[in-house]
Design a protein around this ligand. Structure first.
Ligand SMILES: [Mg+2]
Length: 376
């Protein structure tokens, strides 16, 4: 089987909640998504998506995905899409880094491999773990009472996991406001619920220590990505009594190895496009599992195709290490593909059909913005 043609599509995804606010004064109202359609000479095709969380989240942006694809896609023409590690070797040989640009090609190849084998992608990633994957809410920074109500509305939908965003600027309230937010969000906590308090790297160790000192004892949560650098994180780790989960700092195999070697954390947030697709996410998931780390499986926003990759990865991850997955669909107001994985009781299951199980809506995709194929 050979890759014969790769098409690239670009779609703007409006944020479903108006304005999404993160630490450092960052705000988002829409996300630029890039999709790839990888076509084989035998007629099978696969789809992938890469939707960076704007250009200020990590070193990734939609313009970079498109430019990266121009370097990467020609190198894959003629290759067997089922040879995931060889596909990745070819991408690494064509372009150093740029995990977010490699993602949609890698994911599309897994979609093809599933269709060729007659198996859902989760079965190729290790096999389906029975039952629904627990989903996590995303509670953007806001007035503490509004955040408490946002948690309550997700609780009513059956969500057991909640990701609470903190990292207020000093002028807005700083650690004091963040402590009020966390107490409000955990005020009605029920048994079985799990809370991430996520600063997205927006605190210095000094701010993080002040924030933690303001909280009453006995609040059950995991502190995610308090600081932006390894130095700050390791300094905080030595002086901090709450479990830590790293997200933005962990992007590559080497980052996972460093996190384990320096005992920097108790868990990692894996995001399909941050890690570079399903191939590296699978490897890093297994590295994290071997080290006894818990994990969340997410993406840097995205629509139905991004969520399909998230869900298949999470569906094949043992439950004792998987805390939750993020339904990226809930963050955007546009449906880009049919994907039969409804949210029921705060969870979802990967469909039992070959490949990712997505059917892109070509009226949303529009015309391709780039086409790469073998030109005789
Ligand atoms: Mg995070």
């Amino acid at each position: 089987m050979k890759i014969a043609r790769i098409e690239v599509y670009s779609v703007t995804l409006p944020y479903a909640g108006g304005t999404y606010r993160l630490s450092g004064g960052r705000s988002f109202t829409a996300f630029a998504a890039v999709f790839t359609r990888v076509m084989t000479e035998c007629g099978l095709e696969g789809w992938g998506e890469s939707t960076p969380f704007g250009s200020t989240y990590i070193a990734a942006h939609a313009g970079g995905v498109k430019a990266g694809l121009a370097e990467l896609a020609p190198a894959l023409i003629g290759m067997d899409p089922r040879h995931h590690d060889r596909i990745y070797d070819a991408m690494d040989a064509a372009l150093v880094g740029h995990a977010h640009a490699k993602t949609p090609l890698d994911v599309a190849c897994w979609d093809i491999a599933g269709k060729a084998a007659g198996l859902p992608v989760c079965d190729l990633l290790g096999g389906r773990v029975p039952g629904a994957v627990p989903l996590i809410s995303s509670i953007g920074s806001d007035d503490p009472q509004a955040m408490r109500e946002n948690v309550a509305s997700h609780r009513e939908l059956g969500f057991l996991g909640h990701s609470v965003k903190v990292g207020s600027a000093e002028a807005e309230g700083g650690p004091m406001l963040d402590a009020e937010r966390v107490q409000a969000c955990l005020a009605d906590r029920r048994p079985g619920e799990w809370f991430l308090v996520d600063a997205n790297g927006g605190m210095s160790p000094e701010q993080a220590l002040r924030f933690l000192a303001l909280l009453p004892k006995g609040l059950d949560f995991t502190f995610e990505a308090p600081c932006a650098s390894w130095r700050e994180t390791l300094s905080l780790r030595k002086r901090c009594h709450v479990p830590l989960l790293l997200d933005e700092l962990v992007q590559s195999d080497a980052d996972i190895a460093q996190a384990v070697a320096s005992d920097a954390c108790d868990g990692v947030g894996l995001k399909i496009s941050k890690q570079g697709g399903l191939t590296p996410t699978r490897r890093q998931r297994d590295m994290a599992r071997a080290a006894g780390l818990v994990m969340s499986v997410q993406d840097t926003t995205g629509s139905d195709i991004a969520f399909a990759a998230v869900l298949h990865m999470a569906q094949s991850t043992p439950r004792h290490v998987l805390r939750c997955a993020l339904d990226t669909r809930s963050m955007v107001s546009l449906t880009t593909a049919a994907f039969d994985a409804p949210v029921q009781g705060g969870g979802a299951q990967a469909p039992a059909i070959p490949g990712l199980g997505v059917m892109p809506d070509m009226s949303i995709m529009g015309a391709p913005i780039a086409i790469y194929e073998d030109t005789p």
